[in-house]
Design a binder for this molecule. Structure first.
Ligand code: ATP
Ligand code: LTN
Length: 336
């Protein structure tokens, strides 16, 4: 039996941050030896909110370079651009026609992002999870490693697959395979530096709310100096009244590679004045190898483009047959 397959993606909508790394990419890297991985830049999703056409292409390249810089190994993984594989948009349309509208109106991410858009909510934002379902089901993955915020979208993906199987397949011969989410507890929800109750996010208007993977040591030091803290003396985990404290300790724990018990003991009597420089140093040290590798990759002419060209071909070899299978089940006349 061959290796199990995983699939995941990130939108190239801005700078990748620690939440993307700890919630998603780091997990892909840790498990990659045991799986066949398909990782992409979700650039079709990136235009569901207003976007700047001058930076979209470059953002996709930057995200690809960061995947590699974070340790994704092309011996185990295929990296590609979502819009390079036309099957994503086509399958999304087919799914759109079997997905009840009220399933989409219930999506938390839609509700949150729609509020921010005011009057100008595009239909694409509502249909975002349908496209995501197409991204996933095209590759028939066993697991989909994502951060906690994507749980609901993965449930919807399974619901869409089950509905299609029920309507157009049979119990013995399901058309699509139902994938399992893979959500790691630790780092699955990195919180904003300016509000410990909100997730760290690319789309937060304040850059002070997040640590970007490419932030310079000075920027990191500045952001940690300014991040929100509280007044109790001593630092401890898991106190619902101290979300910022829990978030910063967790970041320190993961980035320093220490256990929770060791960090809890080390920091129990610390004040913020002592802890913040420690966290700053740890973060700068953890990000430096990623940043060095990133610049190396970006400086090598033609390298990234060849990775993405090969990625497109390998992705299409899996995606196109799945699309054809769905079209056949739906009764389409296939080209001869
Ligand atoms: P946006 O703000 O533009 O919606 P985002 O910062 O939430 O973007 P995505 O592209 O939506 O990032 O997410 C990419 C991956 O990173 C997903 O697997 C998601 O679960 C994970 N992720 C995003 N933010 C966090 C976070 N704060 N903590 C843990 N994982 C996260
Ligand atoms: N919606 C995801 C990005 C994404 C994705 C996917 C993740 C688009 N398509 C398929 C996993 C599998 C997000 O993280 N915001």
């Amino acid at each position: 039996m061959g290796k199990q397959r995983i699939l995941s993606g990130i939108q190239p909508t801005g700078e990748l941050h620690l939440g993307n790394y700890l919630g998603a990419i780091r997990n892909w890297v840790e498990i990659q030896q045991s799986y066949d991985s398909y990782l992409f830049m979700a650039d079709l999703h990136a235009i569901t909110v207003p976007h700047d056409p001058n930076v979209l292409a470059e953002n996709s390249r930057r995200v690809a370079a960061l995947y590699l810089a974070c340790g994704i190994d092309l011996n185990h993984a295929t990296i590609f651009v979502q819009s390079h594989v036309a099957a994503h948009a086509e399958l999304a349309w087919l799914f759109m026609c079997i997905t009840p509208l009220n399933w989409l109106e219930d999506m938390i991410q839609f509700k949150e992002k729609a509020v921010k858009q005011g009057e100008n909510v595009g239909a694409g934002l509502l249909c975002y999870p349908v496209l995501q379902a197409a991204d996933i089901l095209l590759y028939e993955p066993d697991k989909v490693p994502v951060g906690e915020d994507q749980k609901q979208h993965l449930e919807l993906t399974r619901d869409i697959a089950a509905r299609l199987n029920y309507q157009f397949g049979s119990e013995e011969q399901p058309v699509l395979k139902l994938p399992d989410p893979m959500i790691r507890k630790e780092g699955a929800r990195v919180m904003s530096l300016t509000d410990g109750t909100k997730k760290m996010s690319k789309s937060d208007p304040s850059d002070l709310s997040r640590i970007n993977l490419l932030d310079t040591p000075d920027q990191i030091a500045h952001k940690i100096k300014r991040c929100k803290t509280d007044s109790p003396r001593g630092l401890w985990f898991d106190d619902a009244d101290r979300p910022e404290c829990n978030n910063l300790l967790t970041l320190y724990m993961i980035l320093s590679g220490q256990t929770k018990e060791v960090v809890a003991t080390e920091c129990q009597d610390m004040g913020w004045g002592q802890f913040k420089p420690l966290l700053t140093e740890t973060m700068i040290g953890a990000l430096k190898p990623i940043q060095d590798k990133y610049h190396e990759i970006m400086d090598e002419p033609g390298y990234l483009d060849s990775v993405l060209k090969q990625g497109k071909e390998k992705a299409e070899a899996i995606a196109n047959p799945t699309l054809a299978k769905v079209k056949k089940a739906l009764g389409y006349l296939l080209p001869s």
